[in-house]
Design a protein around this ligand. Structure first.
Ligand code: HEM
Length: 489
């Protein structure tokens, strides 16, 4: 043991005092300088969170949330409670950041394809095809999007609007007359699918519709599966279904080219470009892959959003009444067999707020995945090349800084202008939803017919979410019973 001569002790103390001073100074410098440097370069340092074991990371926790009736976003919520708004995690071997801010969203959306790209997995590319808008590289994407866009503009949708409205009137009437409870989600899935197939490829034959729908569901299920061609797996079923669909679309294209049929629809508008220069038309693979993409991207999203609108309106009767008043005033002075027009939609200002509030609350697409193409800094946090940065639309839509009392269904909040990037249910930038107008038209017409023609009761109050779904949907599908609205109701 080291003993100190008493006479030397003060000196040593003096020396220690100096050493202590130097040490404190050194430690302070080592803490302060990096902080100053970080402040200067606006770098906050590393993002908190647990990466866990190599590859596996927190995959099991993520899968467990996805398989629960709280839904996969519960995984994100839980980590926010532990680590704060910014956190990192590892899922399936990839580092993921959930970007919770409008600043972060802006940076990612405005640099899409340049600093970030859609983080798609092999199974997704195999399922929807290499020429799909969801998978094609930048230049191809720009061209394909430009050529696909016109049929989805508001003006081009008037035919779709008429067909959807008349289909909806008939089906709702039949259900009301039956007096039976029906599952809104199933109803919405079927009607959005049928209406889209009619608009895109003029298919109305029930047997063919059923086959296409079954195959599209199999393809959609395969998009996030393990890509091995083993019979019995989701991937195998999806790839087989894709081949059948490509064949069906191929035969349709051949019949139209031979002049046997030429209906006025989306597919025909693409084929009319056959004689155009190559950058002004889509080749057959591009047409087929994007037909499939449009059906898959449009059906489940719109159907889920419509289901949530029914649920939210049931829970908020004063909103339902206000919406009904607006819709009844639109149908006044119209003949009994009227169909909704684009002008009518323009006068549904409260209806549009209900649509927006439904999309804000329900977050049909919870987050939008991207991969960082280079090391970069988002809001002061260092992001490494290859990390997955997910624009967390749900967090932004539920942020009290943008939406007072965010969990209250209050469409009137949309009387105020939204802050940039605080309302992004359809994304933003070059990948903004192509079906944004179609989705709005569908939802508005649905709300119009439902509230101006009927009242309804929700027959199952269960709030549990469907397991294993990446789109939040009620497990019950929201069963309801309709009754015709009578004068004086
Ligand atoms: C309420 C209904 C809908 C919602 C909430 C929705 C939401 C979105 C969002 C957020 C994106 C961008 C995703 C990202 O940035 O990663 C997107 C993309 C897309 N949506 Fe929709 N969508 C809806 C309906 C539709 C419909 C009806 C169609 C077409 C018929 C459609 C077709 C597409 C396509 C093709 C893309 C890819 C665009 C691209 O990458 O350039 N969507 N949608």
């Amino acid at each position: 043991m080291l003993t100190l001569p008493t006479g030397e002790f003060p000196l040593l103390l003096q020396n220690n005092y100096d050493i202590l001073l130097v040490a404190v100074f050194a430690v302070s410098i080592s803490f302060i300088v990096p902080k100053l440097w970080k402040r200067n370069t606006n770098v906050r340092g590393s993002i908190p969170g647990r990466l866990g074991l190599p590859f596996l990371g927190e995959t099991m926790a993520f899968l467990s949330a996805t398989n629960s009736t709280k839904g996969c976003y519960d995984f994100v919520k839980q980590r926010r409670l532990w680590y704060g708004r910014w956190f990192k995690t590892r899922i399936f071997g990839k580092t993921h950041i959930f970007v919770p801010s409008t600043k972060g969203a802006k940076m990612i959306f405005t640099n899409d394809f340049v600093q970030f790209n859609k983080g798609y997995v092999k199974s997704m590319g195999d399922a929807v095809g290499k020429k799909s808008l969801l998978t094609v590289p930048h230049e191809g994407h720009k061209r394909i999007r430009r050529l696909l866009a016109d049929p989805f503009s508001m003006n081009s949708l008037s035919q779709f609007l008429k067909r959807f409205d008349s289909m909806l009137c008939q089906r709702l009437k039949k259900l009301e007359e039956s007096g039976k409870s029906f599952v809104v989600l199933e109803f919405n899935m079927k009607i959005t699918f049928d209406a889209m197939c009619e608009m895109l490829i003029s298919v109305t034959d029930p047997a063919l519709l059923q086959q296409i729908e079954r195959d599209c569901t199999a393809v959609s299920d395969a998009m996030l599966s393990f890509p091995v061609m083993v019979p019995g797996t989701r991937y195998y079923r999806g790839i087989k279904a894709r081949r059948r669909l490509m064949e069906t679309f191929g035969k349709m294209i051949a019949r139209r080219r031979s002049g046997k049929e030429s209906p006025d629809d989306f597919l025909q508008s693409m084929l009319q470009r056959d004689t155009y220069a190559s950058d002004e038309k889509l080749d057959d693979e591009e047409i087929k892959d994007n037909l499939l993409t449009l059906i898959i991207a449009g059906q489940t999203t719109t159907a889920a959003a419509m289901m949530w609108s029914v649920k939210f309106l049931d829970e908020n009767k004063e909103v339902q009444e206000r919406l009904r008043e607006e819709q009844l005033s639109i149908m006044r002075n119209k003949p009994n067999d009227y169909l909704v027009t684009l002008e009518d939609l323009n006068s549904m200002s409260y209806g549009l707020k209900v649509v927006k509030e439904t999309l804000r609350m329900s977050n049909v697409l919870l987050w939008f995945p991207r991969v960082a193409l280079n090391d970069c800094i988002i809001e002061g946090f260092e992001i490494k090349k290859g990390w997955h940065v997910n624009v967390d639309a749900t967090c932004i839509h539920h942020d009290p800084a943008f939406y007072k009392d965010p969990m209250k269904f209050n469409p009137s909040r949309f009387e105020e202008l939204q802050k940039p990037y605080s309302f992004i249910p359809f994304g933003s930038g070059p990948r903004t939803c192509l079906g944004i107008n179609m989705a709005k038209v569908t939802m508005l017409v649905f709300l119009h017919r439902l509230t101006s023609g009927y009242k309804w009761t929700v027959d199952n109050p269960d709030l549990c979410l469907e397991r294993k779904s990446h789109i939040p949907r009620l497990r019950s599908g929201c069963p309801i019973t309709l009754t015709t609205l009578k004068h004086g109701d």
